[in-house]
Design a protein around this ligand. Structure first.
Ligand SMILES: Nc1ncnc2c1ncn2[C@@H]1O[C@H](COP(=O)(O)OP(=O)(O)O)[C@@H](O)[C@H]1O
Ligand SMILES: [Mg+2]
Length: 319
């Protein structure tokens, strides 16, 4: 059924507005894969308080959240010994079977398998191992730990660990066939909700569906946004900028690229708005309802406007 989204697009916002709807990583080399939304079933998590509580309207900068579908890892038993893994919002049917995670195969499967093999060969341990395919599912090693929701303020050591982990992942892909003519393979969705925390420390990336050759700045911009800025409406912008510096330093980004870091954040925010806008044009492939898609576009634009308005604060911190 055709939908008219023209009136669903909300473009009115204040640049100081940061509400809590998460971005979605994306790369350009993959075809569209059928996705479904998963309703969050929160599990006990020991890191910090539930971010959906801290990010939902406390200050008037926060707008109502339409989708809470992506969040802290949670499990539910299903017949056959498999345990449903909730917490993602893009891939339906992710389950744990013993020490493995099974994900439905997709257009990304071959690339992800090759990428995880490179990580293993090059002894990068911050990702699952690829175990093979069975019954239309990719099998990966299960990494014990916690996979949190994005909406919270992270401690400095957590932000720093994320930056170092991103750098180690990139370094493991340099000069590989998979990176091709690009400097590295990017994850393209290196947000907290795709990271396994062990004892509170970001330790491994998961969910490589959007991985593709790219520039380190693409991932760095996205990580800086999702770890340090996104929906941090209760955190002063100066503190957000401090954490941007902490993550960028831990990554080790140097001049001249360092001078383009804020542009990289803005670019990823704009790309996020485009990603959800494009999905609105093909609702049959969309992983969410028109209202939710519109709210993601709106949120991405607010985040972009917020970052642009405070550009000098972020640049001063990085100088
Ligand atoms: N290798 C893994 N080790 C541990 N947990 C995993 C692993 N892969 C996925 N998960 C869990 O399954 C959830 C959904 O997986 P994910 O690949 O992120 O799906 P989505 O594409 O929907 O975001 C994650 O939030 C995480 O809790
Ligand atoms: Mg995920």
């Amino acid at each position: 059924m055709a939908h008219n989204f023209g009136t669903a697009m909300v473009t009115s916002f204040r640049p100081t507005d940061q509400s809590g709807i998460e971005p979605r990583g994306h790369s350009s080399h993959k075809g569209t894969v059928p996705r479904i939304s998963i309703t969050l079933v929160p599990a006990p998590i020991t890191l910090m308080s539930d971010p959906r509580v801290t990010a939902i309207p406390r200050a008037d900068c926060c707008k109502p959240i339409l989708d809470l579908g992506r969040g802290a890892s949670a499990m539910a038993d299903v017949p056959g010994g498999a345990i449903h893994l909730f917490g993602g919002r893009m891939t339906g049917g992710v389950v744990r079977v013993g020490d493995s995670v099974r994900r439905p195969t997709s257009a990304s499967s071959a690339f992800v398998a090759a990428l995880l093999a490179i990580f293993e060969q090059r002894e990068f341990h911050g990702a699952p191992r690829y175990l093979g395919q069975a019954d239309g599912m990719d099998s990966l090693s299960f990494i014990p730990g916690e996979v949190p929701a994005n909406f919270r303020h992270w401690e400095d050591n957590q932000v720093a660990a994320a930056g170092a982990l991103l750098r180690a992942m990139h370094d493991a892909t340099r000069d590989s066939e998979l990176a091709g003519r690009s400097p590295v393979v990017c994850h393209h969705d290196a947000s907290p909700s795709n990271c396994v925390f062990v004892d509170g420390v970001p330790t491994a990336w998961i969910d490589f569906d959007t991985a593709a050759p790219g520039s380190p700045l693409e991932d760095l911009g996205y990580a800086l946004w999702t770890w340090c800025i996104a929906s941090k409406c209760t955190v002063p912008v100066e503190r957000q900028a401090e954490q941007v510096k902490i993550l960028a330093d831990a990554y080790g980004i140097q001049r001249p690229e360092r001078g383009a870091v804020v542009d990289a954040i803005l670019e990823r925010q704009a790309r996020n708005a485009r990603f959800w806008t494009e999905l609105m044009a093909s609702p049959e492939n969309a992983p969410a309802t028109p209202d939710v898609l519109a709210s993601r576009v709106e949120w991405s634009r607010r985040e972009l406007a917020f970052t642009a308005q405070h550009r000098s604060v972020f640049e001063t911190a990085l100088a």
